[in-house]
Design a protein around this ligand. Structure first.
Ligand code: ADP
Length: 716
């Protein structure tokens, strides 16, 4: 009895305090807040190359005679992850136990704007009598976490299930008052009116993960850390790198004519689901990049051409890839979780190494579900370890049975994920600051990403791409009789995807107690049964299927975050809120504050450097409206300055030395020192003696300036 009343006292105090911090809404009184190279002149069509075109008649989503076989959510509750009868705790129970052991003191928790929970002063003399009835009233008043699902699109079914399992409250058509969590189907900008809570998309993620931008971001890291970033196939950006691509291939062939011919895969920049992808063996096989839609007017189609992995790991003679879900919980500090379960998607035709005869065989070479499902050989299975879509752990089980080192595979995959996110973070921070400048109350962001990974024959994982909008569908379309299609549940999808969404929500719960997992120097493991510490509120739910990998493995990977440190300097001198580009004054202030100009590098040279690099970048973005220096251009300048100052060192040491020098110079200077409004002397853009020769020895531009795309990215 004594224990009980203590509990109620605790609850009452917490409730009062949460109310005072605005975290608890009184029942019935919810305040209503309204809330260059020129493209080759003629690129001959390739007669035998494979190309994926969508057959409109087969494309799910085209108007067809459909009947929804299952509309009741309750049907989904048979998910293996769902404990249907499990008593999911009420949110009152979810208030983490805050009693300090042995002291009888009660701590209070307060949710910060970023969702973190901080513990503050213990309260004294609170053991006023509180009857059970009073406590029950409090239970009723305690509101559940609220989720706006009005923009969730195709994630909706899995999201609804997750919210039900958590006993949270869904707002399917939005809400006038603010919600705790906003679930968007495409991008951060799906709803522009959010000023608090958390959104499941980061600004800029769609842009960053387009094929060209991902290739550029990884390539910058490859320049600094070639060994660490060798998990991404060699790639060239079209059309601007066509000549380099052609030359490199010719030189490689001339130097070793005995080696087997290489194959390349061409992927349109903003394509997905295998659309427009084809294989080639000769640079001259690249198709004309004039789009038909533009009437052959010469409009350039941007694409990545990439080394084709010829010897993938096969199971049952079939090529497959792995879709792994990764939660970026926060950018700063960086927090990454990896789902312990993923999906393996199988081709539907036995694999053969590429030859001129089979280059066009989509069902042999491309693992995309959306393609293979159209093959007559696709096997829909209710089992997790058969069929054309299986769980990743079932695949690992098969490999382990043959003696493969599965722990090693996991640790390599985790390393690949962390390194890839580290490559993306610097620019994401620039996007973030432009949309949510410091001082703006919110929202904060998190995002589930879909990593597509191929295992090579030697079990080494290779990154194919990262999807900002991975499909969260848990049903597939089936033709039940000629011309009649039904949506039927896909148990494998449901098991994996509902787990990922539900556990993402659990981790983003604004009232969840923070479980601090310190950075550890330990082997990277996805150990069997490893349980992410769940809060007391989670006792009725399965253990979390998301494993924290960062900051957990900070010590192993932090040295890679050099471009991130450059981005911190960039953001500091960026100036005006809302911009993503640095003006000449900001650049001069950076040089001056970091003490980088001297007699041999005058401020006039600084201005010329700025103009030269910025102009080169602007040339790549003819329709760009915003002027100034992008982060990528700044990184290029930084590498140039580092090379100039520390000539004798290798690039990585040069950049590190300059970073240390800049950081030391900036230490102690005010964080908010705005670029001095001194007027830069007029610069004559015609000046040609630029101090900034192309920074890379291969003499081509490595970066492309980013611009937000208004076009919605389809899920893939
Ligand atoms: P999309 O976004 O159109 O799905 P991906 O980059 O994922 O484009 O490529 C589609 C498919 O092509 C992959 O699922 C994989 O099966 C295959 N693929 C892509 N890149 C390579 C590569 N470098 N080597 C071998 N196969 C590849």
């Amino acid at each position: 009895m004594h224990i009980m009343s203590d509990h109620y006292v605790k609850v009452k105090v917490q409730l009062e305090q949460l109310k005072s911090t605005g975290e608890v809404e009184e029942a019935d009184t919810a305040e209503e807040q309204v809330p260059k190279e020129t493209p080759p002149a003629s690129l001959s069509p390739l007669p035998v190359a494979l190309e994926v075109r969508r057959d409109a008649s087969k494309n799910p989503g085209t108007a067809r005679n459909r009947s929804k076989s299952r509309t009741k959510l309750g049907n989904y509750d048979k998910s293996p992850n769902t404990k249907q009868d499990a008593p999911v705790s009420s949110h009152l129970d979810n208030v983490p136990s805050l009693q300090v052991k042995g002291t009888g003191k009660v701590l209070q928790e307060k949710a910060e704007a970023n969702g973190n929970v901080v513990t503050s002063q213990p309260q004294k003399d609170i053991k006023s009598a509180l009857s059970k009835e009073d406590a029950n009233k409090i239970v009723k008043k305690r509101r559940p976490v609220t989720v706006d699902t009005s923009k969730a699109k195709t994630s909706l079914e899995a999201l609804k299930l997750s919210i039900r399992q958590l006993k949270w409250k869904e707002f399917p058509t939005g809400r006038r008052a603010a919600c705790d969590i906003y679930w968007h189907g495409v991008s951060f900008h799906d709803n522009e009116n959010i000023v608090s809570g958390q959104v499941n998309k980061f600004p800029g993620m769609v842009e960053m993960l387009r094929k060209i931008n991902l290739s550029r971001a990884v390539r910058t890291m490859q320049e600094l850390f070639p060994e660490e970033y060798n998990f991404y196939p060699r790639s060239w950006i079209l059309p601007e790198e066509y000549q380099i691509f052609a030359t490199q291939i010719r030189l490689a062939r001339d130097s070793d004519s005995s080696s087997p011919r290489q194959t390349f895969i061409v992927k349109p920049d903003s394509g997905s689901q295998g659309d427009g992808i084809y294989l080639i063996r000769e640079p001259s096989d690249l198709r004309s990049m004039s789009t038909g839609a533009m009437g052959g007017s010469g409009a350039v189609r941007q694409a990545v051409v990439q080394e084709y992995i010829q010897r993938p790991l096969l199971i049952d003679k079939l090529k497959f890839d792995v879709r792994l879900y990764v939660l970026v919980r926060s950018l700063d500090p960086l927090e990454i979780y990896v789902a312990k379960e993923g999906l393996s998607r199988f081709c539907t035709e036995p694999y053969q190494e590429p030859s001129t005869k089979n280059l066009h065989r989509v069902f042999m070479h491309l693992t995309n579900y959306s393609l293979n499902v159209q093959s007559g050989n696709f096997v829909h299975s209710d089992s997790r370890n058969t069929g054309s879509k299986r769980t990743f752990t079932s695949v690992l089980g098969r490999l382990a049975a043959k003696g493969a080192d599965v722990k090693r595979v996991w640790s390599d995959i985790i390393a690949l994920v962390i390194k890839t996110v580290i490559a993306l973070v610097p620019e994401l921070k620039v996007f973030y600051q432009a949309d949510i400048p410091p001082g703006k109350p919110g929202p904060t962001c998190f995002q589930i990403l879909g990593f597509d990974i191929l295992l090579m024959k030697n079990l080494k994982p290779v990154l194919l791409e990262v999807n900002s909008n991975p499909s969260m569908r848990i049903e597939h379309e089936q033709e039940v009789s000629p011309g009649v299609f039904e949506y039927v549940p896909s148990p494998v999808d449901e098991e994996v995807k509902v787990g990922v969404i539900r556990d993402t929500l659990r981790l983003m719960d604004p009232l969840r107690k923070q479980h601090t997992t310190g950075a550890e120097q330990e082997d990277i493991l996805m150990e069997e049964g490893s349980v992410e510490k769940a809060g007391p509120e989670d006792h009725a739910l399965p253990s979390l299927c998301l494993k924290q990998v960062f900051p957990k493995y900070t010590k192993q990977f932090n040295y890679l975050r050099m471009v991130d440190r450059i981005a911190t300097i960039f953001l500091r001198f960026l100036g005006v809120k809302g911009t993503m580009r640095m003006g000449p004054t900001g650049f001069r202030t950076f040089i001056r504050n970091c003490k980088l100009s001297n007699t041999s590098f005058s401020m006039a040279s600084v201005d010329i450097l700025y103009i030269d690099i910025t102009r080169r970048w602007a040339g790549m973005l003819p329709d760009s409206r915003e002027a100034g220096m992008t982060l990528q251009a700044f990184v290029e300048s930084f590498f140039y300055l580092a090379g100039r100052r520390f000539k004798s060192l290798p690039l990585r040491e040069q950049v590190l030395s300059l970073l240390e020098q800049c950081e030391a110079a900036l230490e102690g200077q005010g964080q908010d020192d705005k670029p001095r409004p001194l007027r830069a002397p007029p610069i004559n853009p015609a000046q040609t003696n630029s101090p900034a020769p192309a920074r890379r020895n291969h003499g081509y531009r490595l970066h492309q300036t980013l611009r937000p795309s208004a076009k919605a990215n389809p899920e893939h």
